[in-house]
Ligand binder design. Structure first.
Ligand code: ATP
Length: 452
């Protein structure tokens, strides 16, 4: 049953559409259809209020298989109504939903039940566990209803109990478990059904903050193992940001923005979203690659010490990143050391390597950068696959990203660290050593000398 575990990679999001919602409307009230018609013609939610409550207005989105898609919004914004329309718990007033290509709107009950059994499960905030049944029986309950033989359903239930970290609790009764554990039973029950799609409505909202955090982490881990498609509703922004591959922000029944947590933080669609996200713990959401700047002080290893020294002089900085083929980061050079190399007429750069300078991968959260940022005067190097240098994060940039302010004016690029060798000494050294370095270089050094 968990065969999918083997072939799931670290990034689970695939290109296959698991859930598609097209122009969904839900109006509660006797004249719902009239209200939808007016909404489609441009009427506002308030305009149609006499006809009914427009809980969801023209919601469209696609969720990819393996994605965690979070629906976020204030109380009353329409989240629960939206999610309940996906699995047919609520009828849509207008619009269509498909799950794994199977329609769940405007279909006979029998068909809907089949989709619910095979394709989509739901976890609620308060999971109604059966009090007189053991954890094991509660978890296996869905399979019992499906008519699976006892041995088989208990085997599957044991597996999911173990997956959610409840080994040893299978024979206990719900009242013997803490709130967090009970919620795990709820999740185990949904997982046992082995549907591709899980709908989770404020599933962790009733839990204490610490347990909630633990559950969030566990959900991400489980999702990593199982590659499920999860639609998760929350009004907690930090939870949305932590869990979501993408987030849909709802306001007054409408989806006002869909984007990655970083999109939503760095490029909010409107003032509402901007205000909504202003209290988010940016350090945990933003990653190194989302705030990095192009690395300016970079030299190619083959260019040699003279070129490195010129680069540092021109940028007024005391350090340069050295890259090899395909921009592989080889290390860092410092102006004083390179000056010595030039004086000694050395031809090969000797970059300082490895742990001597701060370097992180692009997906590192900003919260993990503080220590690195204070441990060195160098900007933090951001690398991608095969140690390719993608960009750098000077300390000012890190601070600016956390404070959500711009780094600088365009005319004044942030150069860290500042030069330690005066420009004229570098220029004079380059000129004085030009003869030994070669004629072509001499001409360049002379012209540089006259410019400074
Ligand atoms: N059965 C119903 N009958 C009438 N109005 C309803 C019904 N269910 C929801 N509504 C209204 O629809 C709107 C959206 O409610 P919904 O519960 O979907 O919002 P929500 O974002 O999930 O809020 P919460 O976080 O408080 O659950 C609200 O104005 C609500 O009062």
């Amino acid at each position: 049953m968990w065969s999918s575990q083997d072939d799931v990679t670290e990034t689970n999001v695939t290109d296959t559409v698991a859930v598609r919602a097209e122009n969904l409307f839900k109006v509660f009230g006797r004249r719902a259809q009239d209200a939808v018609k007016q909404l489609k013609d441009g009427a506002s939610r308030a305009d149609v209020a006499p006809l009914g409550t427009a809980a969801v207005i023209d919601a469209s989105f696609e969720v990819k298989k393996g994605e965690i898609f979070v629906v976020m919004g204030l109380s009353g914004s329409g989240k629960s109504t939206l999610i309940r329309m996906l699995n047919g718990l609520l009828e849509t007033t207008s619009g269509q939903v498909t799950i794994n290509g199977k329609q769940t709107t405007d279909v006979p009950m029998k068909e809907l039940r089949k989709v619910r059994r095979d394709d989509v499960s739901m976890v609620f905030q308060h999971f109604a566990l059966l009090p007189h049944r053991t954890v094991l029986d509660n978890v296996a309950y869905g399979l019992e209803i499906q008519g699976l033989p006892k041995a088989k359903r208990l085997e599957q239930a044991r597996r999911t109990i173990s997956l959610v970290g409840l080994d040893g609790w299978a024979d206990k009764f719900p009242h013997e478990l803490s709130g967090g554990m009970q919620q795990r039973v709820g999740i185990a029950r949904a997982l046992t059904a082995d549907t591709d799609v899980l709908l989770m409505d404020e599933a962790f909202s009733a839990l204490d903050p610490l347990i909630r955090r633990e559950m969030q982490e566990q959900l991400v881990e489980l999702q990593g193992q199982l590659g499920k498609t999860i639609i998760f509703i929350t009004h907690d922004l930090n939870e949305a940001m932590f869990l979501g591959d993408r987030i849909a922000v709802m306001r007054d029944g409408r989806i006002v923005q869909i984007g990655t947590p970083e999109d939503i933080l760095t490029d909010p669609a409107n003032d509402y979203v901007a205000q909504f996200v202003q209290d988010v713990d940016r350090a945990r959401v933003l990653t190194a690659s989302s705030v990095m700047e192009p690395a300016r002080s970079v030299v190619s290893a083959t260019a040699g010490p003279r070129a490195a020294l010129r680069t540092m002089r021109d940028l007024q900085t005391s350090a340069a990143f050295v890259v090899g083929r395909n921009r592989t980061l080889l290390g860092v050079v410092r102006d004083s050391a390179v000056l010595k190399q030039v004086r000694a007429n050395e031809r090969d750069l000797a970059p300082i390597k490895g742990d001597e300078f701060p370097s992180v991968t692009g997906d590192t959260a900003l919260s993990e950068l503080y220590e690195l940022a204070v441990s060195s005067d160098l900007p933090i190097a951001v690398t991608g696959e095969n140690d390719r240098l993608l960009g750098v994060i000077p300390r000012v940039t890190l601070l600016a990203a956390l404070g959500n302010v711009t780094t600088n004016t365009d005319e004044l690029p942030v150069m860290e660290p500042p030069a330690t060798v005066p420009v004229n000494i570098i220029t004079e050294t380059l000129a004085a050593t030009a003869a030994a370095a070669g004629v072509a270089d001499r001409a360049q050094a002379t012209s540089e000398g006259s410019q400074s």
